[in-house]
Design a protein around this ligand. Structure first.
Ligand SMILES: [Zn+2]
Length: 375
């Protein structure tokens, strides 16, 4: 609305209020309009007035950019479950079960995600385990995400520690920073969203950690992931005050909203993919090169500047059967010809292509497995 129109509309509204007040006898048309109290001066207001720990009103608005979550496939994994018979298993100081809280947060998160058109699959819907053996239980969770070729696997947990004061957020990715760059991308957005929603006062110097900080070989649910995967410990159920908050479904919903905000920002930043052009999907490879289409996750949306490929060229990494190869994309066509080595045995051919888009987002599923039939 042009400023003049806007001002006229505002004045018109004010005049209407005056007429109503005059008619109701509250004050006469000739009375001066009572002044509004001045807003606090943002320059002179003492910093103590800005309280980080204060929660915003629980309206949980869905940001417009969450539309980019449409059709994104996310597997939510509420950690643990089915162990209510174990008195001290993953419980807070007064007995709140981590598994119950994990499930509530996942259910609220599913509500937010499905509202904006994301596809959500849960690893469990009730207080159950997937297998009595913990390793098998964890394997079944990540296998579901691998089988579905999910765009993201999010394992939802709450932390426990002998020190009752501990209460901060940690997001884990698997292995070294180069092992799954797409997982790190999701991790950093989730951390930011949860920070905004929970307003915890404690923050680790580095809250995004490799799962090797926990175990030498990492966490099974992340180690066996063939899709982007993260494990989130949003807060500590072992902290008495936090346990109290975690009992409150509204607080669980707030935490889920934090995950949702993170995921909406992650999707908004584009979800890059690589598509097989030649040989066509399902056909064996017989040529000297494989042709791929590079999707930066942004240009296909149209809009201003959509015709420019938004890939940081220095970030391009191409591997054939684990060996780095050098090739340059055709930026006009958005395609990449991957040369194949001269000596190559017939059999499975693994072509992995990763790059960053302008938001620093990495390819969700960088590895394509083809059948090489020989030349
Ligand atoms: Zn846990």
């Amino acid at each position: 609305m042009p400023y003049g129109t806007h001002a006229a509309a505002a004045l018109g509204g004010a005049a209407a209020v005056l007429v109503v007040l005059a008619l109701s006898g509250v004050f006469k048309h000739s009375d001066p309009v009572p002044p509004l109290p001045p807003p606090p001066d943002p320059v002179t207001t003492p910093p103590a007035a800005y309280d980080w720990t204060a929660h915003p009103d629980p309206e949980f608005p869905l940001p417009p950019y969450a539309c980019y979550l449409q059709d994104v496939l996310i597997v939510l994994d509420p950690g643990h479950g089915g162990r209510s018979d174990r008195p001290n298993w993953k419980r807070g100081p007064t007995g709140l079960e981590e598994a119950v809280v994990n499930l509530r947060v996942a259910q609220f998160l599913r509500e937010f995600l499905t509202e904006v058109g994301a596809q959500v699959v849960m690893t469990r819907e009730d207080d159950v385990y997937l297998d009595p053996d913990i390793a098998v239980d964890n394997r079944k969770r990540i296998e579901l995400a691998n089988r579905l070729k999910a765009d993201l696997f999010v394992s939802i947990h709450h932390n426990g520690d002998d020190a009752p004061d501990a209460n901060y957020t940690t997001v884990f990715y698997h292995g070294g920073p180069d092992d799954s760059p797409a997982s790190r991308c999701a991790a950093r957005f989730l951390l930011s969203g949860i920070n905004d929603a929970l307003r915890l006062t404690q923050h680790l110097p580095c809250a995004m950690l490799s799962d090797r900080a926990l175990f030498k070989t990492g966490l099974l649910v992340l180690r066996e992931a063939r899709v982007p995967a993260v494990l989130v410990e949003a807060s500590f159920h072992s902290n008495p005050e936090e346990e109290d908050r975690l009992r409150d479904p509204l607080y669980n919903r707030r935490e889920a909203y934090g995950y949702f905000l993170g995921l909406a920002r992650w999707a908004h930043a584009g979800l890059p993919r690589v598509h097989l052009v030649d040989p066509p999907p399902g056909k064996p490879c017989t040529g000297k090169a494989v042709t791929l289409k590079l999707d930066d996750g942004l240009s296909g949306r149209g809009g201003w500047g959509h015709d420019a490929v938004k890939i940081a060229l220095d970030s391009l990494r191409v591997r054939v059967n684990q060996t780095l190869v050098t090739c340059r994309p055709d930026l006009k066509k958005g395609t990449l010809q991957v040369p194949l080595p001269r000596k190559l045995k017939a059999g499975p051919l693994r072509v992995a292509v990763d790059f960053e888009n302008v938001f620093g987002q990495h390819v969700l599923h960088p590895e394509l497995v083809l059948e090489y039939a020989g030349r």
